[in-house]
Every structure is written in structure tokens, then in C-alpha cells.
Design a binder for this molecule. Structure first.
Ligand code: CP3
Length: 368
């Protein structure tokens, strides 16, 4: 059940939260802050997570709405971040329809019988969120009531989910995935079509229950050459973006190692493109059309350096963004489990105090 929007008196319109404003590239006023959140902000880096997580598979924790909602809220309380991301996983829909996938601690998604042949398509029936993942929707509803910042819903992009289903476990080379893609394009596209529909249905159900923005994780798309991305992946990711366009919520498109793909990822229909740490924000800007917001991109490994180094790297991201209103500060990829949460607290504080989002150019002498 969607939460009805809170009534706002006509003479005092509710200001748009900083995160949603930045997704739209709307300049903030003086004193407004650059929004910041972290991919994997919930999770093993937090002692409060470790103490309530339990020892089972993450899929069991996700199936417990009270627990998942609490885990989602933990980093919002601790860090004062400007957005929450639903505690779930990109393989939840595939697991829920019985494809036979689990998430092994320290490894990642593991599939009993990897996807190989046309007959395996039958193992991918359409997702019915109300029946297959009611616990996810209940978690979203709890969060929509409790959160003071926007909730980001998400799904795995067809390519990244396909890579897990085909490889059977995390891969460095994606050999089976690429062999299937090139060797049997008909089967490849049929698989991608099913995974695109699964993502659309899942994303729509999260928005219907209270999420107000979406991130599509194509984490491993950077393994592909641009022509292959364009031919085998882009049409299906575009289908996902089109399939949620009418909802009117900001859509973030993220991947790792995607420097050569940033333009194509924007082209798929994103409002915001996530950038890893390999491409400086000012360079990334030249690779996407004007009007596209960027999210990123502090190297998560730099959270392990002495604080002054981390602080300078954080400032470098802000400087390179040069006050552009369409910037959401984040890491270039997820928080590593060994990260000291105290460092992330300081990063948030620094971004909030020194970041500019009013459309003015960076302070004197700070242009890289
Ligand atoms: O960002 C968030 O905090 C939201 C929650 C979230 C999780 N996974 C929770 C999780 C999100 C958005 C994901 C997405 C996800 N899952 C991606 C895309 C993002 C990315 O990292 O590129 C991918 C590739 C997965 C698959 C996956 N799930 C991996 C590779 C792992 C790590 C395995 C491990 O144990 O090291 C997981 C497990 C996982 N998903 C954890 C969390 C908090 C840690 C395991 C646990 O607590 O049991």
C-alpha cells in the first residue's frame, strides 16, 4: 500500500530532500548541503549490524522485515547520510522464484545449477512480488513510515544478475557468460528479457510500497567492451529504465570499471550515473550528456589511509565537481567490511560542511 503523500500547505511547500534535488540537478540554496550516502552503508562494517545480523544466510535476514528495516536504519542513524538503501540483495528475486541461488558468506551468490541451456529459461518464471517477496514489501513499508530521508529501492541489472546465474559464483573473467552471449545470442537475449522483466516488476513493487528513488546495479558491466555492451546489454537495461519511467522517480545506473561505458549507461535512460573511482568526476561529466547527475566517487580503499589522506581525497571529489548541483557524493563502490565506521562519519561531516551544491564554481585555487 503506497503511503499517501503528506499534505503540504500551499504557502510553505516542503523543500525537496537534498538527495532528490541532486538527482534532478536542481541547485541548492546557500547553506544547502551536498547529499551523501554509501553503497553497502548497511552491513558488516557496523558493529550494530554484526550484533543483530545472526549467523544464517543473508537471504534469511532479508526475509525478516523488522530485522531488515532495522539494518537499513542503522547507517542513517550513525552517519546522518542523506538517503537509505533497502537492505536486500540483487539475487533476492531469482532466489524467491526458486532458481536455486544462495549468498555464501565471504563469497557471494552461489547457484546450485547454473543457467546453461534453453530449458533453463523455464526455471525463470515471472516474479510476483506480493506472493514471492512479501517480506521485501513489508520492509519497504516499515521504512517509508520510519525514515526521515529518501529510501532507494534497487535491482540488479539483467547483465550482472545473468553473470551470477551463468557462472554459478562470482567470477573474474565472465568466460561462461561471454561464451553464451556470443555463442547463442538468441538464448542470451531470451534470458536477458526475463531478467529485465524481473527487475521491472521488483522495482515497481518497491516504489508502490514507499521507495522514492531507484538504483540499478550493473556492477560487473565494466567487463564488457563497449560494442558488446551496446549489442548484448544496453537494450535490456534500457527496457528496465523504460519500464519504470512512468513512476517519475530518479533512476541511478551504477557499475564498476565502466569508464568506457558511462555515455552508454546514461543513454540507457538513467537520470543519475554512478561513477567508480577510476574516472575523476570532472572527466566523467564530459562523458555523459548535460543534465545527467553523477554519483560518486571516493575510492573505498582510501578509507584505510591516514585521515588527512582520506579527507584530501574527499575534498578532491568535491573540488572536481566544482559546485555542480547534480552530484551525490558516494564511494566508487561499496563500503568494505573492514572499514572503520568512524572514518565514514568524518567523510559525511566533511561533505556536509565543505561541499557546495549551489551551482557556483569551486572556491578559488581549487580547480584541479
Ligand atoms: O548497499 C546496501 O547497503 C544495500 C544492500 C545491498 C546488499 N547487496 C547487501 C549485502 C545491495 C544494494 C546489494 C547489491 C549487490 N549484491 C550487488 C551490487 C552491488 C555491488 O556490490 O556491486 C552485488 C554484486 C551483490 C551480490 C553479493 N551479495 C555479493 C558479491 C556479496 C558479498 C559476499 C560476502 O559475504 O562478502 C553479497 C552479500 C551481501 N549483500 C552482504 C550485504 C550487506 C554481506 C553479507 C552478509 O552480511 O551476510
Amino acid at each position: 500500500m503506497p503511503n499517501p503523500p503528506a499534505p503540504t500547505p500551499p504557502d510553505s511547500p516542503e523543500p525537496l530532500p537534498a538527495f532528490l534535488r541532486a538527482c534532478r540537478g536542481i541547485p541548492g540554496g546557500p547553506g544547502d548541503r551536498v547529499p551523501v550516502w554509501f553503497m553497502r552503508q548497511a552491513g558488516r562494517s557496523l558493529p550494530e549490524y554484526r550484533s543483530i545480523r545472526g549467523s544464517g544466510s543473508i537471504l534469511e535476514a532479508i526475509a525478516d522485515p523488522e530485522l531488515s528495516a532495522e539494518i537499513t536504519l542503522q547507517p542513517v542513524r550513525r552517519y546522518g547520510v542523506d538517503a537509505a538503501i533497502l537492505y536486500s540483495d540483487i539475487v533476492v528475486p531469482a532466489a524467491a522464484i526458486g532458481f536455486g541461488v544462495d549468498v555464501a558468506p565471504g563469497i557471494g551468490p552461489v547457484v546450485e545449477q547454473p543457467f546453461e541451456r534453453t530449458a533453463d529459461l523455464e526455471r525463470l518464471r515471472p516474479l510476483e512480488p506480493e506472493l514471492d517477496t512479501p517480506y521485501v514489501l513489508e520492509t519497504v513499508r516499515i521504512l517509508a513510515r520510519e525514515l526521515t530521508v529518501p529510501l532507494i529501492g534497487f535491482a540488479g541489472a539483467p547483465f550482472t544478475v545473468a553473470s551470477y546465474l551463468i557462472e554459478g559464483r562470482p567470477s573474474r573473467t565472465y568466460t561462461r557468460t561471454k561464451a553464451l552471449m556470443h555463442g547463442d545470442p538468441t538464448l542470451w537475449h531470451a534470458l536477458m528479457e526475463r531478467l529485465a522483466e524481473m527487475a521491472i516488476v521488483s522495482l515497481r513493487s518497491q516504489i508502490a510500497n514507499g521507495a522514492v528513488a531507484l538504483q540499478i546495479f550493473d556492477s560487473w558491466a565494466g567487463a564488457l567492451a563497449p560494442p558488446d555492451y551496446e549489442r548484448f546489454v544496453l537494450p535490456h537495461s534500457r527496457r528496465v529504465f523504460e519500464g519504470v519511467a512512468d513512476l517519475g522517480v530518479p533512476r541511478i545506473h551504477f557499475g564498476v570499471g565502466t569508464g568506457e561505458l558511462l555515455g552508454l549507461m546514461a543513454d540507457a535512460g538513467a537520470d543519475v550515473v554512478g561513477v567508480d573511482w577510476r574516472v575523476p568526476i570532472d572527466v566523467a561529466r564530459t562523458r555523459v550528456p548535460a543534465g545527467i547527475a553523477l554519483q560518486g566517487n571516493l575510492d573505498p580503499a582510501l578509507c584505510f589511509a591516514p585521515w588527512e589522506v582520506t579527507a584530501e581525497a574527499t575534498r578532491d571529489v568535491l573540488r572536481r565537481n566544482a559546485g555542480h548541483p547534480g552530484h551525490i557524493f558516494n564511494l566508487g563502490h561499496g563500503v568494505m567490511p573492514e572499514t572503520d565506521p568512524g572514518v565514514l562519519e568524518r567523510v559525511v561531516e566533511l561533505v556536509h560542511t565543505e561541499g557546495r551544491c549551489d551551482g557556483t564554481i569551486a572556491p578559488e585555487g581549487s580547480t584541479p
